[in-house]
Design a protein around this ligand. Structure first.
Ligand code: PXL
Length: 284
């Protein structure tokens, strides 16, 4: 079988593991050729660092897309993440429309924020645009903050003062609501069925069912775990895993990476120490 190919639209942050520095090794080890379209180059990610540089690559994206079209490139998957400007929303939407084939899997990770707040470089207009972009997806992977933004709800109200956090039925309902009436699958991250756990609530548009996958919660603010989740999920979906199995692989992998990061007392803003564990994702 030819090696499957994924176009990945995400930023390249030089230090502090996240986005393309996670997506490329993860997809590669899972047997997927990763073709990156960087949305911006940053010296570090924007969480926990100040003074980072930010090179907006908006102008480059349509030029690169035109070149790829002239080469008639085909992709088994298109996976989009952190965007660098409001204008990139329509550019990325165009990319999806131009390159989506009948069997192309479109994963939109609606990267916008965490802990109820938008990331430093995200404006309200970009967040509104992300909601439109996510309508093109087969699968979305929001965290709870991004779920609130996508639904236009207040984060605190969405969590119902914390009650919704450990309520399986409420999380199932939320994932289903995010599916827009079953039009897209949803892997809602940061969904915990009980204290001391974390994981994802998955609504599978193919089966119409919502099911949680859980692992132990490592109680530290770790960076870049959402990008690892979406990368492992995309790699596993490309090789034919179900949404539930793909999400289970992703949460177990992140749990193992988080544990070794915390055990070694590594600086949390540098992201999880995932490289030594990449072998766990090798095709079985
Ligand atoms: O992990 C999400 C992410 C991706 N890219 C950049 C970020 C963040 C989160 O802070 O700053 C540049």
């Amino acid at each position: 079988m030819p090696t499957p190919r994924a176009a990945v639209i995400h930023d390249l942050s030089g230090f502090g593991r996240c986005s393309l520095t996670e997506v490329i090794p993860i997809l590669s080890v899972m047997g997927v050729q990763c073709c990156p379209l960087p949305t911006a180059f940053l010296s570090t990610h924007t969480g926990g660092f100040s003074g980072f540089t930010f090179l907006d690559l908006t102008e480059e994206l349509p030029r690169a897309a035109d070149h790829w079209k002239s080469l008639d490139l085909k992709f088994q998957a298109i996976y989009t993440g952190f965007l660098g400007s409001e204008r990139q929303i329509s550019i990325v939407a165009d990319f999806i429309r131009r390159f989506r084939g009948p069997d192309t899997l479109v994963v939109v990770d609606p990267v916008m924020g965490d802990d109820g707040k938008a990331y430093q470089t995200y404006t309200p207009a970009m967040c509104a645009g992300m909601e439109r972009l996510a309508k093109l997806a087969d699968v979305i992977t929001p965290n709870l903050t991004e779920a609130a933004f996508l639904l236009g709800r207040d984060y605190a109200a969405l969590l119902d003062g914390g009650r919704a956090l450990h309520d399986e039925a409420a999380l199932q309902e939320l994932a289903e609501e995010l599916s827009l009436g079953g039009k897209r699958s949803v892997a809602l991250t940061g969904a915990a069925l009980a204290p001391g756990q974390t994981g994802a609530m998955c609504f599978d548009a193919r089966t119409g069912k919502a099911e949680a996958v859980q692992t132990g919660f490592v109680a530290h603010p770790l960076h870049g775990t959402g990008d690892i989740f979406a990368s492992v999920l995309t790699g596993a979906l490309i090789r034919g895993d179900s949404l539930r199995d793909a999400a289970a692989l992703a949460v177990d992998f992140i749990h193992a990476c988080a544990l070794r990061t915390v055990e070694q007392n590594l600086p949390l803003r540098e992201g999880v120490d995932f490289e030594p564990l990449l072998g766990r994702l090798l095709p079985r």
